[in-house]
Design a protein around this ligand. Structure first.
Ligand SMILES: [Ca+2]
Ligand SMILES: [Ca+2]
Ligand SMILES: [Ca+2]
Length: 217
């Protein structure tokens, strides 16, 4: 008489349960990772109005602080009406080791199209913004040891109310000015900036600010 114990049957059930448990855990992990990825994407692409406002004023303050020590007669180009400028090169006052004021090597603030979204009227990188631009701060501009720092992304292609038609659509006496615009008027630099971001509803929000600083001689 062959005696059969219940051990193999119990072991078999345990194995099936174990496999089922592993599959369940794997699915849970995959779903969890996907949820994190989706959440991360939304966080990256959407910005609340107050966050956009804060970002706008932070960038405007950084640019103002940088230009506050720039010498007016080193500005290239001189950003006067009717075009102003969206990119500036200049020298800046700095304190050397002995406490004396010296002039820096050339620096520049540059507005350039975002790498993944060339200017063609199409949202190539599908972030909800069309032809958005970046602002770069460049130290040792044009020299072998040039250093580039990204100040911000999400700058509008044109300042709020302006478009590319050789008309001053927004009535500020500049023609077709960009999302970052410099204008020198009687020794005062006007810095205008329009930034954009997609909000949680998928709408493109836009904010603009204007800052004025007196340039040093
Ligand atoms: Ca584009
Ligand atoms: Ca885009
Ligand atoms: Ca204008």
């Amino acid at each position: 008489m062959v005696r059969r114990t219940s051990l193999p049957r119990e072991a078999g059930l345990t194995t099936i349960e174990l496999v089922a448990a592993i599959v369940f855990v794997s699915i849970t992990v995959v779903v969890g990772v996907r949820a994190i990825m989706v959440t991360g994407t939304v966080t990256k692409q959407t910005v609340s109005s107050s966050q956009l406002e804060q970002r706008l004023h932070r960038v405007a303050a950084q640019i103002s602080e940088e230009l506050l020590q720039a010498r007016v007669d080193t500005l290239d180009p001189v950003p006067e009406q009717p075009l102003g400028a969206s990119t500036l090169t200049y020298e800046r006052a700095e304190i050397d080791m002995t406490g004396r004021i010296v002039w820096s090597t050339p620096r520049s603030i540059e507005l350039v199209p975002a790498t993944d979204d060339p200017e063609d009227g199409i949202d190539n990188d599908r972030d909800g913004l069309v032809d958005e631009h970046d602002i770069w701060l460049v130290r040792n501009a044009g020299l072998e040891n040039e250093q580039r720092s990204l100040l911000t992304t999400g700058v509008a292609s044109f300042l709020a109310g302006e478009s590319e038609n050789v008309i001053d659509d927004n009535g500020n006496e500049l023609f077709d000015e960009r999302g970052l615009s410099f204008e020198l008027r009687d020794g005062v630099m006007l810095i205008r900036l329009t930034m954009q971001a997609r909000d949680a509803e998928g709408e493109v929000a836009s904010r603009t600010c204007e800052t004025a600083i007196r340039m040093r001689n």
